[in-house]
Design a protein around this ligand. Structure first.
Ligand SMILES: Nc1nc2c(ncn2[C@@H]2O[C@H](COP(=O)(O)OP(=O)(O)OP(=O)(O)O)[C@@H](O)[C@H]2O)c(=O)[nH]1
Ligand SMILES: [Mg+2]
Length: 461
């Protein structure tokens, strides 16, 4: 488990809070102290800890309770939000089918670059992308062998030459060749071993200049704790770091230090390494990560409720209006499934629309839990463009998505059909073609509260 001790300590602090008879200033101060202790033990920088806990304390003491939420839940929600914020903004590595993205991996010796190269290509291969790697490490003996063995395990091409001396030339050749092969993700491994750090940085700069990568990803060893900050800063000042991958978060007590230190540099953490094996890679989503750190045992129910409320907040009236105007994208659907406790707002909304359960066959309306899970996996294999504009999904893309998600084409098509149905239905009702009387009228009235000018017709396209 990742950062087990930090998770346990934070969880313990919140459990104590949830057991307190009532939440007064003392209980909040006690909670804040325990969070401080937990974070310091995870090697998080003192100043960062103080800043964070000050914010938590201030909000917990001063913020007004949202309707329908108890004081305890509210405090837990604040902790959850602030910790998520603390770990940076979520950001993903987005690929586009048919386009080449070149990713240059940099980092100090032994940070886990080569392993991460293999993990990354495996990750995206599984999602149906054409991927390959270039070994531009001409410094470390056996670098090419290491990567080509990993490449074999994953089943991807590794461009390299164990005898080459000029890493810049090699990197350029490799990238050109794999681009010609129309690979969609080309990950370039670079050397971490050098006589001097100066020379390493210089080589990195030259490779970057030679291959013009779409993104430079810095690999940082999570076991170094808050020292990661200086390291990230040094790389950032030498070249343009687009994102960060923190490795070895399995079994280190210092992971909290590394993650928070790196997040503080402003470059988004996109992945974390949690083991030596190829599949030990996770996209880093701060909120999900924090939820996992905190969420277990008896506070789980509380967290669930918090998430529900947070999701409801996320679905702002503006989004609601767009959705009701028929602008429901697959991403909206995905977000809903993500939010999915069984009563996600969209489902609630659907249930509020009278006639819905009749017009949409029962079976389709209550797609089983299993199917929803499958749909989510399918959507994870789609590109952002496809999620925004599902019309793009013609036969070959459907095939790719099915392959990438380990489902069948029929299942992908079924999802698209469901989506279409949902969209049309909502649109029809939003246009007011639904029942003009009885429960529908009542619904309109109820909605007026949430959607200030919904009654004036809303947008119709
Ligand atoms: N436990 C654990 N070990 C890891 C992880 N990532 C990498 N390693 C190990 O760290 C060691 C170094 O990894 P490499 O991928 O060779 O590191 P590198 O940055 O390419 O090293 P150089 O090429 O010498 O600069 C190996 O023993 C890996 O198995 C991780 O997430 N967890
Ligand atoms: Mg290496």
């Amino acid at each position: 488990m990742v950062l087990e001790s930090l998770g346990r300590a934070l969880h313990g602090a919140l459990r104590k809070l949830s057991r307190a008879p009532h939440i007064d200033e003392r209980a909040i101060k006690e909670l804040v102290r325990e969070i401080q202790r937990a974070l310091l033990q995870a090697d998080v920088n003192v100043e960062l800890v103080l800043g964070l806990t000050k914010r938590i304390e201030k909000r917990a003491l001063e913020e007004k309770l949202p309707p329908g939420m108890g004081r305890k839940e509210h405090v837990i929600k604040i902790v959850y939000q602030e910790l998520s914020e603390f770990l940076g903004k979520p950001s993903e590595l987005a690929l586009e089918p048919g386009k080449s993205k070149v990713l240059l991996m940099v980092g100090l010796q032994g940070s886990g670059k080569t392993t991460s190269v293999a993990k990354l290509v495996a990750h995206f291969k599984k999602r149906g992308f054409k991927v390959g790697t270039v070994c531009a490490d001409t410094f470390r003996p056996g670098a090419y062998e290491q990567l080509s063995q990993l490449g074999q395990q994953v089943g991807v091409e590794v461009f390299g030459d164990p005898k080459a001396k000029d890493s810049i030339k090699l990197a350029k050749e490799g990238v050109k060749r794999l681009k010609d092969e129309r690979l969609e993700l080309i990950v370039v491994d670079s050397a971490g071993r050098h006589r001097k750090e100066e020379a390493l940085m210089e080589e990195m700069r030259q490779i970057a200049e030679g291959i013009k990568p779409d993104e430079i990803m810095l690999v940082v060893d999570g076991t170094i704790g808050q020292q990661a900050k200086e390291q990230a800063a040094a790389f950032k000042s030498a070249t343009e770091i687009g994102s960060i991958l923190v490795t070895k978060l399995d079994g280190t007590a210092k992971g909290g230090g590394a993650l928070s230190a790196v997040a503080a540099t402003g470059a988004p953490i996109k992945f974390i390494g949690v083991g030596e094996h190829i599949e030990d890679l996770e996209p880093f989503v701060p909120e999900r990560f924090v939820a996992r750190l905190l969420g277990m045992g008896d506070i789980e129910t509380l967290l669930k409720k918090i998430q529900e409320v947070a999701e409801e907040e996320k679905l702002k009236p503006a989004d609601m209006k767009a959705i009701l105007a028929g602008k429901l994208t697959l991403r909206d659907v995905y977000d809903q499934l993500e939010a999915m406790s069984k009563m996600g707002p969209l489902k609630k909304l659907m249930q509020m629309i009278p006639g819905m359960s009749v017009a949409v066959p029962d079976e389709q309306m209550r797609v089983g839990e299993e199917k929803l899970k499958k749909f989510k996996v399918i959507m994870q294999s789609m590109t952002p463009q496809e999620l925004e504009n599902p019309k793009l999904l013609h036969a070959s893309r459907i095939r790719r998505v099915a392959k990438g998600s380990g489902t069948s084409e029929a299942e992908v098509k079924e999802l698209l059909k469901q989506y279409d149905l949902m969209r049309k239905f909502i649109k029809t009702f939003a246009k007011g073609r639904g029942p003009k009387f009885g429960p529908w009228a009542k619904l309109m009235k109820e909605m007026k509260g949430a959607l200030p000018d919904f009654g004036s017709g809303g947008k119709t396209s």
